[in-house]
Design a binder for this molecule. Structure first.
Ligand code: ATP
Length: 244
């Protein structure tokens, strides 16, 4: 059996008095791709926040590899190999592309070269002096995804990275995710393009109102039931519309 990169055990979490996640168990194995699905407000972003250390759970445990990190800060988890590409990209729009890339290099990394990101996303190469906020949406997302190459993480968590992008750019983004995964990086993917997410994943979790209602292989998932029951809003997404 492959070893576990990320494990959530009995995690409950929320904001103030509002409980969002309830008793969630989730595992991401080394080198695997896991899709996390659920309707708007199901708790997907909240789960990624708990896993990355931005939000402390009210109950349960979080482990990276064999190490418990439930109370560890985000930077300690980053050092342990965890990288979050947040919804909304998390880049500094008022700084240049070069400055953003330099900031994405982990402080403990001796080699201050960001060439590996430019190899993954050549479109950034002649925009290095440009303000990040002036890039196209797709290029901004490529800049955000550069972190997953520069930090050399063992687990990358991606929150709706294809959101609002043109289909041709979505293709490029998914291609870069395939490359990351084929290099052995574990991925935990929250994605509006359900079909694509399922195609590239080894395992899928379905969240409904903060609870795991399905955990299994993508081919075990009754997609019609899922679409009707839990992902109503996704019916509008291009991939799903094409299949219904
Ligand atoms: P979406 O697809 O809309 O991003 P999601 O599955 O990622 O949905 P979350 O963003 O985790 O869902 O939100 C779960 C619930 O927690 C929602 O009801 C949301 O309104 C609430 N919530 C999220 N962030 C906060 C916050 N910072 N403070 C209070 N409530 C929040």
């Amino acid at each position: 059996m492959s070893d576990v990169r990320l494990r959530l055990e009995g995690v409950s979490a929320g904001y103030g008095r509002t409980t969002v996640l309830r008793d969630v168990d989730l595992e991401v194995h080394t080198g695997s791709v896991v899709a996390l699905l659920g309707s708007n407000g199901a708790g997907k972003t909240t789960l990624l926040s708990v896993a990355s250390g931005l939000l402390r759970p009210s109950a349960g445990r979080v482990l990276i590899g064999e190490t418990e990190v439930t109370r560890a800060a985000p930077n300690a988890r980053a050092r342990a190999g965890v990288c979050l590409i947040p919804e909304g990209r998390g880049i500094f729009r008022g700084m240049t592309v070069r400055e953003n890339l330099l900031l994405q290099l982990p402080p403990w990394e001796k080699d201050k070269s960001f060439d590996v990101a430019l190899e993954a996303f050549p479109a950034l190469e002649n925009r290095l002096g440009e303000l990040a906020g002036r890039l196209s949406g797709g290029q901004q997302q490529m800049l955000a995804l550069s972190r997953a190459y520069l930090a050399k993480p063992s687990l990358v968590m991606l929150d709706e990275v294809s959101m609002g992008l043109a289909p041709v750019v979505v293709e490029q983004i998914f291609e870069s995710l395939h490359i990351l995964a084929s290099n052995g990086t574990a991925l935990l993917v929250v994605e509006q393009y359900v079909e694509r997410a399922l195609q590239m994943s080894d395992h899928v979790y379905l969240l409904n109102r903060g609870q795991v209602v399905f955990s299994g292989r993508p081919d075990e998932l009754d997609e019609n039931e899922v679409m009707r029951g839990y992902l109503g809003h996704e019916l509008d997404s291009p991939d799903v519309a094409a299949t219904t």
